[in-house]
Design a protein around this ligand. Structure first.
Ligand code: BG6
Length: 488
């Protein structure tokens, strides 16, 4: 029974932003909710010099600033003694030996260990090698699991290599590749909407759906990550992981069960049904752009061609989706923070109401902000003969479950990793298949510089080319509120 053992959570990169902003507040909230293992320690490892007390003070500051929930002094005081720090170098086996001694002191006997890599992926192999060399991955008594932060590689070849490197010391079932979008309540609700109800699934296919739009728009720019972002760009940062994951959840077949294996098999099937684009297809089915002023940002190369916006038109070649376009877009410095999935249904085959063109029904999954689900349909305007009006049926999480009902995505993911549920983590073949779709686009963009790099005004909805991508098909982006207001 490993569940009664004490559990150590070891965070590599513990002095970084992610630990302070997300990981510790999430672990704190889990502890307040009584969901942490009975006995646990959280040990930070990093280059910065901290005593345990300094580390705790640093994390308390972070929790006060970034936690999206209130906590009392007493709750912090109950949690803080579980926090410890070990200073060390990632390439230094002796430091890992010291880490192990420290952990053993805290664990007193067999224990479970969750190693969290809150670091760039180039450091994963060296850390895993050192953990392996010092016997810290060996499951003799308790389990050993490793959580790997994104990005998982920078292209298909590097992702394959990284998988090979981590598989040398770990089995796939010990590896938890994080995509924090999968931890979002509203993202999990995509599957609930589809498979916990009977009304959607019969029409969830090419017979009734005209097209799907997936938008993850950000109002923020680079914040303080320009150095990282300029070498990466929007396709690697947002599409290979988050947008592709959203696409798989919208498009997948009902899994045999919600087990990690069944769920992930279905996601891989969706990705495998998308044909990697040829350069000619990249030229017409993709848009890349940079916001005006990007090249003047500190740490950005003055001639950088890194895109901060992209839009794609993809097709899933299976019986359910053949011929239905999926339009995906994401960008920095857009007009609003808005993540949503819009399913546009086909127009009625025949309008019986003279003078009216019927508007198609829309199902909008609002992922953030104002999380919810809206269904737009046509109603007869009262006191008219046949005037139609688009109306909305709306579900808002805040109304139905309370304003603070939605937890931080990392909370759910950390809990799942502690409990050994990998359903919301990406499997090796899934990551590689997603890269196999992104790679040809990146190559065409980077080697052939085609399509040309568009420019858009910060705080706009992106470049003109982004509109053209849909206009060519006789469609347009439906930013739900905006378009609904227009149509009223
Ligand atoms: C991260 C990206 O994975 O997701 C960031 O690296 C981006 O560039 C962030 O800002 C968006 O996440 P969220 O949860 O704010 O939508």
């Amino acid at each position: 029974m490993t569940n009664d053992l004490s559990t150590s959570i070891i965070i590599f990169g513990a002095s970084g932003d992610l630990t302070q902003r997300k990981l510790i507040p999430s672990l704190l909230n889990l502890s307040i909710k009584g969901r942490m293992p009975k006995k646990f320690s959280i040990v930070g490892f990093g280059g910065t010099a901290f005593s345990d007390d300094e580390f705790r003070a640093h994390l308390l500051n972070g929790a006060k600033e970034f936690a999206e929930f209130k906590f009392t002094d007493a709750e912090w005081s109950a949690f803080a003694p579980n926090l410890h720090y070990v200073q060390g170098k990632y390439a230094e086996a002796a430091d890992f030996q010291r880490l192990n001694e420290n952990l053993k002191g805290l664990e007193a006997g067999d224990a479970n260990r969750l190693y969290y890599m809150a670091l760039p992926p180039s450091l994963f192999p060296v850390i895993i090698d050192n953990l392996d060399a010092t016997g810290q991955l060996h499951e003799n008594g308790g389990w050993r699991r490793v959580v790997l932060e994104k990005p998982f590689g920078t292209d298909l070849a590097s992702a394959v290599k990284l998988n090979q490197q981590v598989h040398k010391a770990l089995n796939e079932n010990q590896i938890y590749r994080i995509d924090h979008y999968l931890g979002k309540e509203t993202v999990q609700n995509i599957l609930f909407t589809r498979f916990a109800n009977t009304i959607f699934e019969p029409i969830w296919n090419r017979n009734y759906i005209d097209h799907v739009q997936i938008t993850v728009a950000e109002k923020v720019g680079l914040e303080h990550r320009a150095g990282f972002y300029d070498g990466v760009g929007v396709l690697r940062d947002m599409f290979q992981n988050h947008l592709m994951q959203l696409l798989t959840l919208v498009a997948m077949e009902p899994p045999a069960s919600f087990s990690a294996a069944h769920l992930r098999n279905e996601k891989v099937k969706v990705l495998s049904a998308i044909k990697p684009m040829t350069p000619e297809e990249v030229a017409v089915n993709t848009v890349r752009a940079q916001y005006k002023g990007y090249r003047e940002e500190p740490e950005v190369k003055p001639n950088s061609t890194t895109p901060t916006y992209a839009a794609l038109r993809l097709f899933i070649n299976n019986w359910r989706w053949k011929g239905v376009p999926f339009y995906l877009r994401s960008g920095k410095h857009l007009a609003e923070k808005q993540s949503q999935i819009i399913i546009q249904f086909k127009e009625p085959p025949l309008s019986m109401f003279p003078m009216q063109t019927m508007k198609p029904n829309l199902l909008v999954l609002y992922l953030q902000p104002d999380e919810g689900v809206h269904l737009r349909f046509e109603a007869k305007a009262p006191d008219t003969v046949s005037e139609a009006r688009s109306v909305d049926m709306e579900f808002h999480y805040a109304e139905a479950f309370g304003k603070t009902a939605i937890p931080e995505a990392y909370e759910r993911l950390l809990l799942d990793a502690l409990q050994g549920d990998a359903s919301l983590f990406t499997r090796a073949d899934e990551v590689e298949t997603a890269w196999s779709l992104i790679d040809p686009i990146l190559q065409t963009w980077e080697q052939h510089q085609t399509p040309s790099l568009g420019i858009y005004k910060p705080s706009s909805w992106g470049p003109l080319e982004g509109y053209d991508l849909l206009a060519r098909d006789g469609r347009r982006w439906l930013n739900a509120e905006a378009s609904m207001m227009l149509e009223k």
